[in-house]
Structures are given as C-alpha cells and as structure tokens.
Design a protein around this ligand. Structure first.
Ligand code: G3I
Length: 347
C-alpha cells in the first residue's frame, strides 16, 4: 500500500473519542434536547455559592435541578414560625437565570424534620390535630412561595416500607393513612399547575413496594386526589445487579396515566475505583437512561449530584463512593460518555 493510503486507513480505523462523534451530543443539555427529556442534578447550595467551577458545569450541563437539602423542612423552618428561605431561593433563582426547571424536594418526609417538630410530637406537646394543621401550613406556605417556579414537587417521599406496609412515620402514627391524600390536595391548592409526585427508593425492583405504591396511586385516583407522577430515586450500586425490569415497572405506573421521573440517580461502588468498576458503572448509567427513554411517560432523569466532590455516598456507606458521572475535579468519567451514546428512541 502507498504511504498515503496507509495513513488514510489508519485515520479511518482509529476510534473517535466518545464525545467527538459528529452525530453525538456534546454535553448533557444537548443529550436532554435530543431525547426530549429533562436531565437534572441535585444541587449542593454551599458549592453553588462558593465554587465557580461547580456552578459553571452545573449550569452548562443541566436543564433541570433539585435542591439536595435546601427545601427540606429542617432547612426552611428550623425554628417554629421562623422561615429561612435563602438557600432554597438561591437554587430557584440560579435555575431561572440558567433556563433550568426545578423539582421541589420534598414536602413530607420522615427524615430531616426540624427538632421542634419531632420533639413536640414525642413529648406530646403537639397533638394530632395540631400536627395536621402544622403539616397543612407547611405545605401551603412552601408550595405557595414557589408558585409557578417549581415544575414538579416530591409531595410525599419514602412513605412505603421495604415489606410493602405503609411507613410507620409520625405522619402515619398520628394522622392515619389519609395524610397522603391531604398532602396532595393541599399542594395542589397552593399551586394548581405544579406536577405532584410520590417518590421512593428501591421502587425500581422491590416487589412489595411496587405493588403498594401502585395501589396507593390507584386509591388516590379513585378518590379524585391530584397525583401526577411517580419518582424512582435510583440509588444503585454496581455490587448489586442492575434492576433489569425497571422499564416494565415504569410502564405499570405510566399505564395509570402518571408521568415517570428518575429523581435521584447515582451508582456507587466499593472502593478502590478500578477501570473495570468504572466500565460497569457506565453501563448502569447508560441502561438507566435507556430505560427512561424507552417509556414515553418518562420525562426526567435527575442525577443525585453530578460530581464525586459533593456526593452523599461516602458519608453514608463506609468504603463506598465514586457514584457520580464526574470525578472530584469535574472531569467526565466513562459514565458521562456512556450517557451521550444512548440512541434516540421513537416513543
Ligand atoms: O447542615 C448540617 C451542618 O450544619 C452540620 O455541620 C453537618 C455535620 O454533619 O451536617 C449538616 O447536615 C447534613 C445535611 O445532609 C446537609 O448537608 C447531614 O449531616 C446529612 O445527614 C445530610 O444528608 C443528606 C441526607 O439526604 C439526609 O437524609 C444528604 O446530603 C442528601 O443527599 C440525602 O438525600 C436523600 C434524599 O433527600 C431522599 N432520598 C435519599 C437521599 C440520599 O439519602
């Protein structure tokens, strides 16, 4: 072969780096656009304020955001009647400036409740009737404050136990199961245009949880309660199998007329990081997006943080980490590139 032909053959044979393929999206915003979905990240407010590089990448890559902690009850009302909206406002305002829609997280949960509330319930100084009106005021105040600025609210978070019974939270214990319908009705009254979600973890594969959540949705719908979507948190780990039936589970909820969202995706691993583990992680991220875009009702995929610099995982699972699509220096990992390769599906 002539040298010129050899050179040409070598050029053609060389694989393009994942991001350089001409028909491939450049970044996650373009990817979201291509699939016609929202791709979001949880936002760490301290980092948003203090780290210019974190802010820049967040605003470049994502068209949707969720406050990781700033909208939780303990954050917005640390003392009774004293509201601290600065952090939540910062997320909403940054989103507006950067053309990002917002998921509100979360109105009712059993964690990260303010101490005045949990101790008042525990010592009996807050009785059931008062607890119900506190919850109504909380939902009305918070949803009302952000009326028109929040696309979707996680109204109730993690209300089902692993065995499929209703979670024995202060809400169930003191208010009975009707608190779920109340929460949705109050939220809807405060912002009739916001999409209202039930959100949970392990809903990707835990059969008792799936069946109970489906029947909660059906009961709410039968009573005319406004519920519009289901959120699958998607906290995965490569030491566990990928939830292979996830798209079918999504379809069962979609068949009830619900919007589907993956609300908190991350894929952790047992440290140390190796190239093999990163490849497996990349495959899990790729499959999660593929599952979402294979279901017409799946309109959002949000990552629970986009960088290993700020991830809840190492603080919660000893010896585990590296769960995000970018490393501590905000360099894209194989998982980031794998997401960009997911082909568009006719939905
Ligand atoms: O704000 C305090 C700070 O004042 C204090 O100095 C510091 C010392 O530990 O703690 C800070 O609070 C931490 C808080 O995050 C804010 O950073 C808590 O310790 C920490 O426990 C808390 O963790 C959050 C966790 O929810 C609490 O349950 C994680 O950041 C957050 O990622 C995680 O998010 C949840 C979703 O809301 C629901 N689904 C599961 C998901 C992961 O657990």
């Amino acid at each position: 072969m002539k040298p010129l032909l050899i050179a040409l053959a070598l050029i053609l044979a060389a694989p393009l780096p994942a991001h350089a393929h001409p028909s491939q999206p450049r970044d996650l915003r373009e990817l979201a656009q291509r699939h016609g979905i929202k791709i979001g990240s949880a936002v760490d407010v301290a980092a948003l304020r203090a780290e210019a590089d974190y802010r820049k990448v967040l605003n470049r890559e994502f068209n949707h955001v969720t406050a990781e902690n700033a909208m939780k009850w303990e954050s917005v009302e640390p003392q009774r009647g004293v509201y601290t909206w600065a952090d939540a406002d910062a997320v909403v305002e940054n989103a507006r400036r950067n053309r990002q829609q917002v998921r509100g997280h979360t109105l009712l949960w059993h964690n990260q409740l303010p101490a005045w509330l949990t101790s008042g319930v525990a010592d009996g100084s807050i009785g059931a009737a008062e607890l119900r009106s506190i919850l109504r005021d909380h939902i009305t105040t918070q949803v009302g404050r952000y009326k028109g600025k929040i696309r979707a609210w996680d109204v109730v978070n993690e209300v089902v136990e692993e065995d499929g019974t209703l979670r024995r939270s202060i809400w169930l214990t003191h208010l009975g199961p009707g608190y779920i319908a109340d929460a949705f009705r109050w939220a809807h009254r405060a912002d009739p245009r916001a999409k209202l979600f039930i959100n949970d973890y392990n809903l990707e594969w835990n059969q008792p949880k799936i069946e109970t959540t489906l029947s909660i949705v059906k009961d709410l719908q039968a009573e005319g309660v406004p519920i519009h979507g289901v959120g699958f948190q998607g906290h995965l780990g490569i030491q566990y199998d990928y939830p292979g039936d996830w798209a079918n589970v999504m379809r069962r909820f979609a068949d009830l007329g619900l919007e589907i969202a993956i609300t908190e995706l991350d894929v952790r691993m047992v440290l140390p990081v190796t190239p093999d583990k990163l490849a497996t992680q990349a495959d899990y991220y790729r499959r999660a997006l593929t599952d979402c875009v294979s279901v017409r009702a799946c309109e959002e995929m949000t990552l629970w943080g986009y960088t290993d610099r700020h991830s809840w995982v190492p603080g919660w699972f000893e010896g585990e980490g590296s769960a995000c699509v970018m490393d501590e220096n905000l360099a894209p990992k194989p998982a980031y590139h794998a997401l960009l390769t997911v082909p568009r599906q006719r939905r």
